[in-house]
Each structure stands twice: as structure tokens, then as C-alpha cells.
Design a protein around this ligand. Structure first.
Ligand code: PRP
Ligand code: URA
Length: 209
């Protein structure tokens, strides 16, 4: 069963409150999502391996540690996942970015894939699938499935807000995938929206509503 990490650092929870607030402007919403993505990247990279190097300080030679050559890949689910990419790249600028385009059919709530462009060496990379919202889990599961079909084996999922239904769906379909979230909310409403949630993440990020 995949583990679920709730990133409950006070800075993340503070910013998430303003992300949820319907009075937050598009500009502030985008900036806050970017900032929370950076803070969550700190948590999600906690287990990346280090290797020893020797450094000559002005005083002596020291044995220090640097991140080893493990290759990361960020996979935002279009379009709302885009809002978290730059925030993560601030901490891991060498990561490559692949895109998977999915939208939820408003009637069936089933994800429909309309785009996929991934790094050529994607199967060798440690991947972080990114989407602010994990509602039914259909989109995240479809994105993870699309990666596994291409031979990817090391996959984590990062979301801002998850519904319990989405967490269970991912754990059931992909027990090898660990999930990092800033909050697990109460439930999904009849339209598949997370309650209390933040509304439509894509619309709020890009000002389309
Ligand atoms: C939203 C969100 C997720 C998906 C979550 O995307 O960004 O991708 O819904 O719902 P699910 O867990 O039930 O699949 P949406 O389909 O609204 O597309 P958008 O990012 O283009 O706005
Ligand atoms: N997608 C969103 O953007 N928000 C939700 O609450 C659920 C799915």
C-alpha cells in the first residue's frame, strides 16, 4: 500500500488557507500555489540519495555530501499541474518536465487523455506526478497508468488537496505509489468537487472563470 504524507508544515497550512479563500485573486492564487509547491518539494525530496565528496574549505579538507546523480522527472497533469512546476524546479532545476494532458468529462467524471510529451529517458527517471487536486483519483490514476505503460517504475504523486475517495482510488490502483498532499479534505460533492476544497484549480490558476 502506498504511503500518504500530509505536509502539515505551518507555512504550507497558512498559505493553503489563502489558496482556498474564494476572495484570493488569480495573481495571488498562482503565487501561493507556486510557493506551496516549493515547500512541498522540500518534503518530497527528503529521501533522495546523497554521495560523499571532498571539499577544500579555507581551513581544511572536509568530507561533505551532495545529491547523487539520480535523475528526476516532473510530470504535471495539464492544465492545473502546470501551476506547481516552477515552484518545484526552484529546488531541483535539473529535473526534466514531461506533460500529460487530461480533462475530466463533466458528465462521466472520467479522465480523457489529449496530450502526452515525455522525456525520452522517462523510464530511467524518478518521477513526480503533479496535480493540485486529487478528487475521484481518475486523472491521477490515468496519468500514472500512462507512465507505467511506457516502462516507468519509480513514481510519486504530489497534490495540494485530496479527497479521501481519491486517496483510496490511487492506493488501490497503484499500491507502489506514495502520495504527498498538503491536506486531505472531507468528501466529494455530487459534481466531483472536493469539499471544502478550493473550487476549480485550473480556472483559478488561469483566470478562466
Ligand atoms: C482537475 C484537476 C485534476 C482533476 C481531478 O482537472 O486539476 O486533474 O480535475 O479530478 P479527478 O481526481 O476526479 O480526476 P480538470 O479536469 O478540471 O482539468 P483542467 O486542469 O484542465 O482544469
Ligand atoms: N478538480 C478541481 O479543480 N477541483 C475539484 O474540487 C475537483 C476536481
Amino acid at each position: 500500500m502506498g504511503k500518504v504524507f500530509v505536509c502539515d508544515h505551518p507555512l504550507i497550512q497558512h498559505k493553503l488557507t489563502y489558496i482556498r479563500d474564494e476572495n484570493t485573486t488569480t495573481k495571488d492564487f498562482r503565487e501561493l500555489v507556486d510557493e506551496v509547491a516549493t515547500l512541498m518539494a522540500y518534503e518530497i525530496t527528503r529521501d533522495i540519495p546523497l554521495e560523499k565528496v571532498q571539499v577544500r574549505t579555507p581551513v581544511t579538507t572536509a568530507e561533505c555530501r551532495v545529491i547523487s546523480g539520480r535523475m528526476l522527472g516532473l510530470i504535471p497533469i495539464l492544465r492545473a499541474g502546470l501551476g506547481m512546476v516552477d515552484g518545484i524546479l526552484k529546488l531541483v532545476p535539473a529535473a526534466k518536465v514531461g506533460h500529460i494532458g487530461l480533462y475530466r468529462d463533466p458528465d462521466t467524471l472520467e479522465p480523457v487523455e489529449y496530450y502526452a510529451k515525455l522525456p525520452t529517458d522517462v523510464q530511467e527517471r524518478e518521477l513526480i506526478v503533479i496535480d493540485p487536486m486529487l478528487a475521484t483519483g481518475g486523472s491521477a490514476n490515468a496519468a500514472i497508468e500512462a507512465l507505467k505503460k511506457r516502462g516507468c517504475t519509480q513514481i510519486k504523486l504530489m497534490c495540494l488537496i485530496a479527497a479521501p475517495e481519491g486517496v483510496q482510488a490511487v492506493q488501490k490502483a497503484h499500491p507502489d505509489v506514495d502520495l504527498y498532499v498538503a491536506a486531505i479534505d472531507d468528501h466529494l460533492n455530487d459534481h466531483g468537487y472536493i469539499v471544502p476544497g478550493l473550487g476549480d484549480a485550473g480556472d483559478r490558476l488561469f483566470g478562466t472563470k
